[in-house]
Design a protein around this ligand. Structure first.
Ligand code: SIN
Length: 325
């Protein structure tokens, strides 16, 4: 069988970072260019034909709408290019879950798209980037990887974009999935999927469009309605509540959010806890609130903004997108 033709889109992050000294803790993300991976991949003998483009070279805290737009259009074009079998995106880990989920929602699932990062910079003792990259190439080149949406490869695990989140600040096994912990286990030489592809539809779920600003309202014990109101004074089109436990908030804050829902804002209750479902409450129908279900706060924010951009502001219709798997 011919080697898979993989397009690599590099955006920076720790996988492209440098400390200048193998023993240092601090370092700068986004220092080496795409040639670095391609040279290393060739030196390792990874069985794939790589081409690549540098989209950005930044820490992923600086990922913005223009980089998302460029990534989306490059991948969309590659999906329709017969000379490309699959796509790898190298990315900082801090916001990998947001980029992965945005792309997952707005691209067809016809070819594998794999995001990969690292927790240690290129010149650190125990750089994990090339192993993760070799794993990502193993996934991207697999005939069974399409139909699973955008995937994130970190620490010998393959996560789906919808489930994945960064759960640790330092460990090389920094990513976790919820409710599915992972969808496959991978090494550079072996890949084991847990189950069949689930994305049967060809089309993207939502259109990629400019996103409105959607603030996250972080709830804490004793929060007053006045404190919440100050953050929402600009009347945003959508609000994601980083709520207590199962998306709860003090009653005065709930009453304030009710006013925002009544003026047409999409109000989504998510949870500030590490993981768990936020199910609909009996009061959500009357309040016009949406429950984030299994989506954590950053991804609930991405979906809320994308729904508004696509003109979906009815809470019942929006809820269906949060319920989806
Ligand atoms: C970043 O997200 O760019 C820095 C952290 C990392 O990649 O691990």
């Amino acid at each position: 069988m011919a080697d898979p033709r993989i397009l690599v889109l590099a955006t920076g992050g720790t996988i492209a970072g440098q400390a200048g000294d193998a023993m240092r803790h601090d370092y700068r993300p986004g220092q080496v260019g795409i040639e670095y991976y391609l040279d290393q991949a060739r030196a390792l003998g990874i069985a794939a034909q790589f081409t690549g483009r540098q989209i950005a070279n930044i820490g992923s805290e600086d990922i913005d709408a223009s980089i998302w737009s460029r990534l989306h259009s490059e991948i969309d074009r590659a999906m329709r290019d017969d000379a490309v079998d699959s796509i790898i995106v190298t990315h900082g880990t801090d916001t990998a879950e947001e980029t992965a989920f945005l792309l997952d929602l707005t691209l067809p699932a016809t070819k594998p798209v794999v995001l990969v990062g690292a927790m240690r910079p290129t010149d650190a003792v125990g750089y994990d980037g090339m192993r993760n990259f070799a794993n990502a190439a193993r996934v991207a080149g697999d005939g069974d990887a399409a139909g699973r949406g955008v995937l994130v490869v970190m620490g010998d695990r393959v996560h789906s974009a919808r489930d994945v989140r960064k759960a640790k600040t330092r460990a090389t096994e920094a990513f976790r999935g919820f409710p599915r912990e992972s969808v496959a286990i991978v090494t550079p030489s072996r890949l084991d999927w847990f189950g069949a592809p689930w994305r049967t539809e060809d089309a993207a779920r939502l259109k990629f469009l400019p996103l409105p600003e959607v603030p996250i309202l972080a709830i804490y014990a004793g929060m007053s309605a006045a404190a919440a109101a100050r953050q929402l004074a600009h009347k945003p089109q959508g609000i994601v509540v980083s709520g207590l436990g199962e998306g709860n908030m003090p009653e005065p804050v709930r009453l304030l959010l009710l006013e925002h829902a009544r003026r047409g804002a999409l109000v989504v209750r998510a949870s500030r806890t590490d993981e768990g479902l936020v199910d609909r409450l009996p009061t959500d129908d009357a309040d016009g609130f949406v429950a984030a279900r299994a989506l954590g706060v950053p991804k609930a924010r991405v979906l809320t903004a994308l729904l508004i951009a696509n003109g979906i502001t009815d809470p019942a219709e929006a809820q269906r997108y949060f319920d989806e798997r």
